[in-house]
Design a protein around this ligand. Structure first.
Ligand SMILES: NC(=O)c1ccc[n+]([C@@H]2O[C@H](COP(=O)([O-])OP(=O)(O)OC[C@H]3O[C@@H](n4cnc5c(N)ncnc54)[C@H](OP(=O)(O)O)[C@@H]3O)[C@@H](O)[C@H]2O)c1
Length: 195
């Protein structure tokens, strides 16, 4: 698979390191950081537009605030857009769902909300486990795109959890916002989901 990593920070590095068997490209606004990450991953640096045009899947590992400017000029028809973003801070009430906005900004692409519920440190683990059990990764998007995302979840050593269409992505975003809000107040948000 041809995977374009958008962003050169923690999430791109952590997930990209699990996808080395694919053809990886790195795109970022800082050429030095892009070259450094590409070197670490055995990837190629590409400008956003070329990477988008050639990729089967794009990991959007940039802040939500970058998307309005970044996405509209790109050719993304038929491309799977992996949306791992979370809204910073503790939004109450949550604003417009990001995945919905991404689908508007890149109308021909197939957006999958994925990888947004665990911290970057978790994605660095090989494999990412939660108290000894494989991490479950909920995926919201169209079935064909979710299948692509599921392959990439298995590649990181986690378990894909298909969780419905993109209309359910706001639930994943709200879950993250709720859990991050608890975490910022010093609570252990994981305990609320234990059975
Ligand atoms: N960190 C986590 O634990 C975690 C977990 C789940 C989901 N997420 C989500 O994953 C996404 C990436 O997070 P991260 O932790 O990888 O962040 P990060 O380490 O701060 O990296 C962000 C990347 O986005 C780039 N960027 C920032 N503003 C940009 C702009 N306006 N245009 C283009 N590129 C821009 C940065 O470039 P520069 O280096 O030039 O600043 C950097 O390459 C975020 O949406 C975040 O909410 C993060």
């Amino acid at each position: 698979m041809r995977i374009a990593l958008f962003g050169t920070g923690g999430m791109a590095a952590a997930l990209g390191s699990r996808w080395r068997q694919h053809r990886l490209t790195v795109s970022g606004r800082d050429p030095e950081r892009a070259a450094k990450l590409a070197g670490e991953l055995g990837a190629e640096v590409q400008p956003w537009a070329a990477a988008a045009r050639e990729a089967d899947a794009v990991l959007l590992a940039v802040p939500v605030s970058a998307l309005e400017e970044l996405l509209p000029p790109l050719e993304l028809t038929g491309t799977v857009l992996l949306d791992c973003t979370n809204t910073p801070g503790d939004p109450e009430p949550p604003g417009t769902p990001v995945a919905t906005r991404i689908a508007e900004l890149a109308p021909g692409a197939s957006v999958v909300k994925a990888f947004n519920l665990a911290k970057v440190d978790v994605w660095r683990r090989t494999p990412p486990t939660f108290e000894g059990r494989p991490l479950g990764v909920p995926l919201c998007g169209a079935p064909a795109a979710v299948e692509v995302a599921a392959e990439l979840v298995r590649d990181v050593g986690a378990t894909p959890l298909p969780a419905g269409g993109l209309d359910r992505a706001p639930l994943l975003e709200a879950t993250a916002a709720f859990a991050i809000g608890l975490w910022l107040r010093g609570a252990d948000a994981r305990t609320m989901l234990m059975s």
